[in-house]
Design a protein around this ligand. Structure first.
Ligand code: FES
Ligand code: FES
Length: 158
């Protein structure tokens, strides 16, 4: 099937199999390997991308469902013409919000969605929001610190 979507702010047309998952389209057909696959049970959140501005698990969405919509992956987070990294990415770097980095793309996409809904989240709100994102390395503390710092940086950048 032929579908059209906006991917990281650029319009594209692609041909997909009817049963292809969005994450398969991104990683295998479009080589956007920043979106990770960490489970086969829809639990880890490593595959999070934004669809029409909201975070979704791309392992649970068919590629054909993206037809006519807008998808943003971690590769598009900084945005064309902006700084090389997004303020949330910078905050993760400065607050040691990652170790192996496997969960990080999903954490970033989830965190940016949270701050879009709630520009000044409390620690409790960050922890609750990130419930669908698993990290095997950090113990979460520095991720939560990073999200709070990233939210402040995003407010300052407005
Ligand atoms: Fe999508 Fe784990 S790969 S939730
Ligand atoms: Fe390794 Fe989160 S940094 S899984």
């Amino acid at each position: 099937m032929e579908i059209s979507l906006t991917l990281n702010a650029r319009p594209i047309n692609v041909s997909v199999e009817p049963a292809m998952l969005l994450v398969e389209l991104l990683r295998e057909q479009l080589s956007l390997t920043g979106t990770h696959v960490g489970c086969d049970t829809s639990q880890c959140g490593a595959c999070l991308v934004h669809f029409n501005g909201e975070s979704v698990k791309s392992c649970t969405m068919l590629a054909v469902s993206a037809d006519g919509g807008s998808v943003m992956t971690v590769e598009g987070l900084a945005g064309a013409g902006q700084a090389k990294v997004h303020p949330m990415q910078q905050a993760f770097h400065e607050n040691h919000g990652l170790q192996c980095g496997f969960c990080t793309p999903g954490m970033l996409m989830s965190a940016v969605d949270l701050v879009g809904r709630n520009p000044d989240p409390s620690e409790t709100q960050v922890r609750d929001w990130l419930e669908g994102n698993l990290c095997r390395c950090t113990g979460y503390h520095n991720i939560v610190k990073s999200v709070i710092a990233g939210a402040a940086a995003m407010r300052d950048a407005k």
